[in-house]
Design a protein around this ligand. Structure first.
Ligand code: GLU
Length: 418
């Protein structure tokens, strides 16, 4: 079977590279690749104008050997079951690498949320939640935000599930703080990206102050990463949204720029419509900038075989899930580009989700400072493990991260038995 350069293929190849450094039987290899459960169902929606639109809902549960399935909900028009199989697998390695007591899952709806009214979205989200309610729960599978979803959607899911289950906030993470969300969860992915970037700089004896950064995507992850990196003293020189980007060689006043971007977003305008004298660049140009840190924080697959040879950044921090395809990964490593893999770089989100879940189960709330401090310690521990394993076994960081994560899963599977 020939797979295209899809997330599924990348995820298979990344796993193959880990298997090259592990002793894994063919049966175990098959078990680690195949999802535990794949769900796809119809979601017809009566639109505000009376017409009917047909969407599909998905939830792929990949592995639960170390704890309940865990992973976000993505609302995007271009997704299908194959994408969710890959993204669910990535979640298994991510939770394992961070040593969280969870497995991996991913799901969502093939809709463009920007084209739906708030009422339509609420109906669709709640219907989705009802249809998967028998498969999720605080000890079964815990959804969270991902691309196209956020605290508002998590509140709707909590509401839909509460009618049968009673009020149990641990059923979903990334909720609004008023409904049991953890202060700090919203910022956590971007905060983690910034902290990991600083850890990589420290490893190279390079000052994060003044290091140049280009960020693709100013959604929740990219915007918070920009804010925290600029707090750490880094020079953010390029930012973009799906329409294109802006560039300022001397570095943006990030807080001011993010404020302007947020105002523009409310008016449904692009980052390129900002009334300022920044240079306009395309998303392709942003990826090719000569910067210390390139941070793709939007969709997957943006660094691929077409543009890998044009990249000039010294280090790529994978804030998005799977932004570098397997066909770009090898040439980039050969050229000496450092890649910090998604399962570490953006793990701040699911780690904060774990801390939210813990607080929910205790019916207690920590301060944001406590959560971010705890998160930073966990990221530091995992980065140290990846760095040391990479040095010890002569692996690149992605291989080292996968090897650590996969070893833990195999251990858990064997301990539990068959
Ligand atoms: N969607 C995020 C991710 O890809 C967070 C998942 C979660 O918090 O469960 O890691």
């Amino acid at each position: 079977m020939s797979l295209k350069d899809t997330p599924r293929e990348s995820c298979e190849r990344f796993l193959d590279h880990a298997f090259d450094h592990l002793t894994v039987s063919p049966e175990m290899s098959q078990l680690l690749r195949s999802p535990y459960r794949e769900i796809r169902f119809e979601l017809p929606l009566k639109r505000d104008d009376g017409s009917i639109s047909l969407f599909f809902g998905y939830r792929v549960q990949h592995n639960q050997s170390r704890g309940p399935f865990k992973g976000g909900l993505r609302f995007h028009q271009d997704i299908d079951l194959e994408h969710f199989v890959a993204l669910a697998q990535i979640m298994t390695w991510k939770t394992s690498l961070l040593d969280l007591p969870f497995g991996g899952a991913k799901g969502g709806i093939n809709c463009d949320p920007g084209t739906l009214s708030e009422r339509e979205l609420e109906t669709l989200t709640k219907r989705y939640a009802q249809r998967i309610s028998m498969f999720i729960g605080p000890d079964r599978d815990i959804p969270a935000p991902d691309m196209g979803t956020g605290p508002r959607e998590m509140a709707w899911i909590l509401d839909a599930c509460s009618h049968n289950e009673g009020f149990n906030p641990a059923i979903v993470t990334g909720k609004p703080v008023e409904l049991g969300g953890a202060p700090g969860r919203l910022e956590a992915t971007g905060y983690g990206v910034a902290q990991i970037t600083a850890m990589v700089a420290a490893e190279r004896n390079m000052a994060i102050e003044g290091a140049t950064v280009a960020i693709q995507g100013v959604g929740n992850v990219g915007a918070h990463a920009a804010g925290f990196l600029s707090e750490l003293g880094a020079k953010v020189v390029a930012l973009s949204d799906s329409h294109g980007g802006i560039y300022n060689a001397s570095g943006f006043d990030v807080n001011r720029t993010l404020e302007l971007i947020a105002q523009n977003k409310q008016r449904h305008k692009s980052i390129q419509d900002l009334n300022s004298d920044f240079d306009k660049i395309s998303n392709a140009e942003l990826l090719e900038l000569e910067v210390d840190f390139l941070i793709p924080a939007a969709v997957g697959g943006v660094i691929n075989e077409q543009n890998a040879d044009k990249l000039q950044a010294k280090t790529v921090i994978e804030a998005a899930n799977m932004p570098v395809t397997c066909k770009a990964d090898a040439p980039l490593h050969e050229n000496g580009t450092t890649i910090i893999p998604d399962i570490l770089a953006n793990a701040g989100g699911v780690t904060a989700s774990y801390l939210e879940w813990v607080q929910n189960r205790q019916r207690y709330q920590w301060s944001k400072e406590k959560l971010l401090e705890n998160l930073k310690e966990r990221l530091q521990r995992s980065w140290n493990l990846v760095r040391d394993r990479s040095a010890k076994d002569n692996l690149n960081y992605r291989q080292a991260a996968y090897v650590i994560a996969v070893e833990r899963i195999i251990k858990a599977i064997n301990l539990r038995g068959f």
